[in-house]
Design a protein around this ligand. Structure first.
Ligand code: C2E
Ligand code: MG
Ligand code: MG
Length: 575
């Protein structure tokens, strides 16, 4: 048992005869208790109400209010009903009166004239009992407090003091129960801070923690007392909003949340600001259990991030379908290599003047035994997402090199994902292929996207530089669709641009496309770059591009992407 609070018990003696009170005081002087006296029932009641009395010695025969009446009144009052009473009485062996006393609350009787030994031993027994009970009560209340604290810690996040993930699930279940009964709706908001990682990385965890606490407080202030906010993970929060009868009020609240997250946060003189992306799912429209609702709000949150951050998006069924599909692809693509479901097709790239093949672009094909043919536009992002793209990229490169050996004089262009420039694998593979003599540098090019060039990290630039130093070509794919800043074209080491097929498609009717294609060709040449047109589908387009002095062309008009064998035959036919 823990340390016990020592409290001195109080004994209240009620007797109308002063001499008796005096005698009692003398008798009780060695007892470890404080003795109080009252000379009437009324005074006794008043004292019992005021003081925390442990035990009452009550004279039965008193004028006015007798002992029984006093006991009865004590028993009727909340504050005094638990106080034990020992009656001091003159009558002997009167069973009826004895019973009356017990029913009025007496725990014992002492006969007059009082035998001191009997009285003292009874009081001792009682006080011992009281001490034990008092200790027990203290222990119980101490344990209750500890339990409460443990419960609090189990339900709350230590940093922000918000309910944690576990408690959130309990709250959601509760809300589901309630809203099912009332046939109402509630919203699950998945909040993910934008730019939190930067604060953490640049200013340290202490700043990160302070920021999280600050944001948590701001969010908490935005919700009503019956809403729930919980910390879900690092910089993720979940808010449960019930009572969605007013959709305008909901969007206003969402706007307030994003506004709050953007308010500057001061740390050691720096004014920081972040933002928050919010995804929303609604019960029961988007799910009828907590896990589904959270998962879907999370998915919608990614939509908000894609939409430019610090905004909100609702979950939609389309999102659900595309998510399901993504998960399916992710599961199956892992085994595509070992199941031999992949292939590389080669699309001829022709010289613009005579339309004869000078090169080819390697395009990955996946024919899944379970899902059938899946377009690279669909599975490449999935492979990027699940970390398979490096492996696939290297595989395509090796296949292309093998085909290259059978096609002397033809240049091969291989697509590389931006992620392949995050490490040295691609460069290392190219070096080893060069050294083994299986790859001709001047007949090889890597296609990259504009986005990669904008990533602006030293490592990426160094790797691009290295590839050019090996004598391998670098093309910017889908040129014109990214956020082209002309500045980077001058400083980055690319030697080719591929005009995106959406511009070529507008030739020659769409004046804007025409103007763009002309401008891209002129600018490319001014910078000393070769220009390839993608997606050439008609003779008219070809001739237009030729007249505009574009260098090469690729598209269905010349040939679709072909399997290796057919590509080799195509080359032989066009000689
Ligand atoms: P991309 O690099 O821009 O490839 C050109 C795409 O245009 C190919 O689509 C090709 O089949 C298509 N195409 C060619 N000529 C025409 C035409 O005349 N009209 C039309 N409408 N389309 C034409 P595909 O093969 O479906 O590939 C889609 C994208 O997937 C590629 O676009 C590329 O970004 C990516 N990709 C393909 N293979 C790989 C790979 O091995 N690695 C990486 N990282 N990405 C790849
Ligand atoms: Mg390409
Ligand atoms: Mg392209």
């Amino acid at each position: 048992m823990g340390s016990m609070q020592t409290v001195i018990p109080k004994i209240l003696v009620i007797d109308d005869v002063h001499a008796n009170l005096k005698a009692m005081r003398v008798l009780l002087k060695d007892i470890a208790a404080e003795v109080m006296t009252a000379d009437s029932g009324n005074n006794g009641l008043a004292l019992a109400l005021e003081e925390h009395v442990t035990l009452i010695l009550l004279d039965v025969n008193m004028p006015g209010m007798d002992g029984f009446e006093v006991a009865q009144l004590l028993g009727e009052m909340e504050e005094t009903r638990h106080i034990p009473i020992i009656f001091i009485t003159a009558f002997q062996n009167d069973e009826e009166k004895r019973l009356k006393g017990y029913s009025a609350g007496a725990i014992d009787y002492i006969q007059k004239p009082v035998n001191p030994d009997i009285l003292l031993s009874k009081i001792h027994i009682f006080l011992n009992m009281w001490t034990l009970r008092f200790g027990l009560e203290q222990e119980i209340s101490r344990r209750r407090e500890v339990e409460k604290e443990i419960e609090y810690l189990a339900q709350h996040d230590a940093l922000t003091h918000l309910p944690n993930r576990r408690q959130l699930h309990i709250e959601i279940e509760r809300l589901i129960d309630r809203t099912t009964r009332t046939k109402e709706k509630f919203a699950v908001l998945f909040l993910d801070l934008d730019g939190f990682k930067r604060i953490n990385d640049e200013l340290g965890h202490e700043a990160g923690d302070a920021f999280l606490r600050d944001v948590a407080d701001r969010f908490r202030e935005q919700i009503r007392s019956f809403d729930v906010i919980a910390r879900y993970g690092g910089d993720e929060f979940i808010i449960l909003l019930s009572d969605l009868s007013d959709s305008l009020a909901l969007t206003n609240r969402l706007r307030q949340l994003t506004a709050q997250a953007q308010l500057p946060f001061c740390w050691e003189g720096n004014d920081l600001s972040a933002g928050v992306s919010i995804g929303i799912s609604v019960f029961p429209d988007h799910g009828t259990d907590g896990d589904t609702l959270i998962k879907r709000a999370d998915a919608a949150m990614y939509l908000a991030k894609d939409a430019g951050k610090n905004t909100f998006r609702f979950y939609t069924d389309d999102l659900n379908k595309s998510l399901q599909r993504r998960l399916l692809l992710e599961r199956h693509i892992q085994d595509s290599l070992s199941n031999d479901e992949l292939d590389v097709f080669y699309q001829p790239i022709v010289n613009i003047h005579d339309g004869l093949p000078v090169g080819a672009e390697s395009l990955l094909r996946w024919n899944s035994s379970d899902l059938g043919r899946v377009s690279p536009a669909e599975f490449i992002p999935v492979a990027e997402n699940c970390g398979m793209i490096q492996q696939l990229g290297i595989w395509v490169l090796r296949q292309s090199v093998a085909t290259m050996q059978q096609c002397p004089g033809i240049a091969f262009s291989v697509n590389a994902s931006a992620l392949q420039f995050n490490d040295n694998n691609l460069c290392a593979e190219l070096i080893s292929l060069l050294e083994s003599g299986s790859l001709a540098a001047d007949k090889t090019a890597i296609e990259i996207t504009e986005g990669l060039l904008l990533s602006n990290t030293g490592d990426v630039d160094a790797r691009l530089e290295k590839i050019r130093q090996m004598g391998i070509g670098l093309s910017i794919d889908d040129f014109g669709t990214g956020y082209s800043a002309l500045g980077y074209l001058k400083r980055c080491p690319v030697n080719r641009i591929k005009i995106d097929r959406t511009f070529v498609a507008g030739i020659p009717e769409d004046t804007e496309s025409v103007a763009l294609v002309q401008a891209i060709i002129a600018m490319g040449h001014a910078l000393g770059l070769e220009v390839i047109a993608e997606g050439v589908e008609t003779e008219q387009q070809w001739h237009f591009l030729r007249d505009e002095r574009c260098d090469m062309a690729q598209g269905y008009y010349f040939s679709p992407p072909l399997p290796q064998q057919e590509f080799i035959e195509y080359l032989q036919c066009s000689r």
